[in-house]
Every structure is written in C-alpha cells, then in structure tokens.
Design a protein around this ligand. Structure first.
Ligand code: NDP
Length: 425
C-alpha cells in the first residue's frame, strides 16, 4: 500500500497538480494583484477557462530562439571537458565546462538586443509569460515521453532501468544520463535551459517594471541582484553541480526534466513576478540588509559544497577551517561488482550537521523574498516549497548513503548526529 501511494498515487498527483499550480500562480500575479486568497474566492470556472493561458506562436518563437542559442553556446564556447562521478554501473559521463561564459553571453545578448538595440522590448518575457508557461509545459511533457521511449528502446548507456510501473517510470525516468551522440541532454536541460532561463526571465521582469513605472524600485533591484549572484555562483560552480543528487542519482524523467524546464521557470521566478506590479520602495538600510543576508548565505552554501568537493579532489590533502580535515574512508561496491572508496568529511560545515548547507540555501531564498514584504503569500511560496524539498531530500540522501556506505555511514551519523539544524533536527 505504501509503495502504491509513493510510486503511483504520489507521482500522478504531482504530475496533475504542478502544471495547474503554474497557471494558478501566473493568473494570481497578473489578474489578482498577487493575492491567492482573491484568486480562490473571486475566480469562477467560466472565467478560469476564458483566461487560462494558451500556447502561442510568440511563445514558441521565444522558447525556440532561446533553446537554439543555448545549445550553440554550450557547444561552441570554449571550455574544458569534465569527467563526471562514476555512476552506479561504472560509467563516467562527460560535461562541457563553459557555464560562466555562457551566462555572461546570454545576459549580454538579452540586455544588448533589448535595451541596447531595441530589437524587442525588455519586458517581452513578462508580456508572454502565461503563454510561455503553457507552451513549455506541453513541450516538456512530450519530451519526457520521448525520453521514456528512448530509454526503453535506445538507451545511451548501461545506466538505465525500469520498475515496470509506467506511471512511476515516466515520473522518475528511465535513463540517468541520456545523450544524443556526444550532446549531454541532462546538462543542457538542467543548466542551460532551466538555470539559464531563470536570469533572463527575472531581468525581463525588471525591464517590465521599468516600462510600467518609469523606474525600477529598490525592492526589485535587491531581489534581482540576490538571484543573479546566486545563479552566477551556480555557473561558477557548475562542475560541482555534476556531483549532486540531481545529476548523480535522479533519473531524467518528469521529476527532473519537467522540473527544471517548467518549475524553475514558473516558481523560482515568482517573487520577481510579484514585484513587477508592486514597486515597493524599501528603506535603504533594509534593502542593504536583504542583499547582505543573500550574499552571506550564498557564500556559506558555496563554501560547504566546495569543502566536500575539495576533500574528494585532493584525497584529503587539504585544510578545512585552517586544520587538517577529519574524515571517514567509506567503502562501497558499484553494481559491476568493483569495490571503490570515498572520503566522508566530518569537519567544517559537514561536521556541523550532515546537510547544514541547506540552511543557507533556504536563507538566501528568504533574502530575495524579504524585499516583497509580507502582504501576500505568493512571493514567499518558493521559500516554503524549498524548505519542504530540502527536508525531504536530506532524508532521501541519508537513506541512499546508508545503503551505499553501510557501517561507515553509521559512524558518520554517530559523529555528526543532526541532519540539518544542530541540536534540533
Ligand atoms: P549534497 O551537496 O547534499 O550532496 C549529497 C552527496 O554528497 C551525498 O549523496 C554523498 O554523495 C556526498 N556526501 C554526503 N555526506 C558527505 C560528507 N560528509 N562528505 C563528503 N561527501 C558527502 O547534494 P544536493 O544535490 O542536495 O545539493 C547540492 C547543492 O544544490 C547544495 O548547495 C544545495 O543547497 C543545492 N540545492 C538547491 C536546490 C534548489 O532548488 N535551490 C535543490 C537541491 C539542492 P556520494 O555518493 O558521492 O558520497
């Protein structure tokens, strides 16, 4: 029964609810002044059918141009090739490391073509955002089906598998690292479409506020700046991202693929969307404090990720917080029967709690929600969603590491007993 709920009912519910949620958020922001309460009390069924965003040619054009530009940038811009972590069946996928250059080029092209050359209005994404959400949702659903069939009939490597339950396999995915020839589909979708679309969207939202009110409020500046610093950090650290659960563990189905293409597009950008029509003027001290909270949180989160990766890269020959790191040598077997080993860090941020880095990850999202103040829930939705996601993720990761490392993981849990918040959880 538990398995039926987790593998069939849960995924089915999520696949029905999440696309609807995107439409509801967009309508709430554009028609109901960002008030979910007003949306649910004032919206009628007939009005919903009338205003629900439809796909459009303009949306197809915007998404198509963006997708082609990003594919070209990923392929053509110079960058080293990185060998990713060994997969459970002993493969090592490759990645092109040119994220920072692609990030700067993408924003440069958007700002240059809109503000500079006036080829289109900076608010173009906002003007078609509802249509874009529906179009990208439909495209992503078709793409997930395509990936399912590709995984079943033409898998790119031995890293694929099925449970036999179509709903779960569609949701979770069949392949871990689908490729088209040498083209890494997961890197392209996660990093170059989802994560790269996000900055373009929020900069367009900023442009829309400027067009509507003749100026950009300091709340919009702070909110946009914190997000841009976070996204810039993501691309600077892109090589590290290939060592995270999204890439190493989660197969490429609806959960990740639809998630990065649609959920990032519609939910991670919500605070900025809300601010377009709420040009809040903050006290300068409050604005600076929000920005500082964001930057400090981003730094701590980055430092925690970097400590773990530096430890593995140097085989423990490094310093963490000025001292030789405390470690556990954890042995494990890949499914090809080969015995391998990894170092687990027991000092630095990884000695504070086993997933302490999720605290600054949540705090930085608080930092970009604070400028929207507290009148509505919509700009805070991402903070709540992220907290639930990360608390659930810490449990999933503990389970996975326990199965992988056995006694060594038990020892780590003994030495670092708390999962996220020391002394509490
Ligand atoms: P983590 O950074 O938590 O890494 C988990 C993996 O690290 C484990 O599976 C294990 O992998 C290894 N590991 C665990 N404990 C140790 C240790 N003590 N020493 C060394 N290695 C260890 O993965 P996430 O993917 O959850 O997070 C990566 C980044 O992405 C974080 O900064 C996080 O905040 C962020 N994030 C952001 C989200 C968002 O939507 N904004 C969502 C999720 C994450 P192995 O098998 O290699 O041992």
């Amino acid at each position: 029964m538990r398995s039926f709920l987790r593998r069939t009912v849960g995924p089915l519910f999520l696949m029905l609810a999440t696309p609807i949620a995107l439409g509801v958020f967009w309508l709430t922001a554009s028609e109901y002044d960002g008030s979910l309460m007003r949306f649910f009390t004032e919206m009628s069924a007939s009005r919903l059918v009338e205003v629900w965003p439809r796909p459009s040619l303009a949306a197809i054009e915007i998404i198509g141009i963006f997708a082609i530009v990003e594919a070209l940038l990923m392929q053509l811009l110079p960058g080293k090739t990185l060998l990713g972590p060994v997969t459970p069946t002993g493969n090592q996928p490759t990645y092109k490391l040119n994220g920072p250059l692609a990030f700067v080029t993408t924003l440069g092209l958007f700002v240059g073509a809109s503000w500079g050359l006036h080829l289109f209005s900076p608010g173009v994404v906002y003007d078609h955002f509802g249509e874009i959400l529906t179009t990208v949702t439909l495209f992503a659903l078709c793409f997930c089906l395509f990936l399912y069939l590709k995984g079943v009939y033409f898998p790119s490597s031995s890293d694929h598998g099925r449970s036999g339950n179509f709903i779960f396999d569609f949701f979770w995915g069949v392949e871990l690292h689908p490729h088209f020839g040498k083209f890494n589909v997961k890197q392209y979708a996660n990093c170059r479409l989802g994560m790269m679309g996000w900055p373009v969207i929020i900069v367009s939202f900023l442009g829309k506020q400027q067009a509507l009110y003749g100026e950009v409020s300091n709340s919009m500046w702070v909110c946009t700046a914190v997000q841009l610093v976070y996204i810039a950090k993501f691309f600077y650290w892109e090589g590290g991202y290939f060592h995270t659960l999204d890439i190493m563990h989660d197969r490429f189905g609806y959960y990740i693929c639809w998630g990065v293409l649609c959920w990032i597009t519609g939910v991670y950008t919500l605070t900025s969307l809300y601010l377009v029509n709420h040009p809040i003027h903050l006290h300068p001290v409050y604005a600076v404090a929000c920005f500082a909270l964001g930057v400090i949180s981003i730094w701590i989160n980055y430092d925690a990720d970097a400590q773990r990766q530096r430890l593995r890269r140097t085989g423990g020959n490094t310093t963490i917080w000025g001292k030789k790191p405390e470690t556990i040598l954890a042995k494990y077997k890949t499914s090809d029967g080969v015995e391998r080993e990894n170092l687990l860090l027991v000092s630095g941020w990884w000695g504070v709690a086993r997933h302490f880095h999720y605290v600054p990850e949540i705090m930085l999202s608080v930092a970009w929600a604070l400028p929207a103040l507290f009148h509505n829930f919509l700009p805070w939705f991402y903070v709540v969603y992220l907290s639930i996601l990360l608390f659930d993720r810490s449990g999933r990761d503990d389970k996975r590491c326990s199965a992988k490392y056995g006694e060594s993981w038990k020892e780590y849990c003994k030495r670092v007993p708390y999962r996220i918040i020391p002394g509490i959880y």
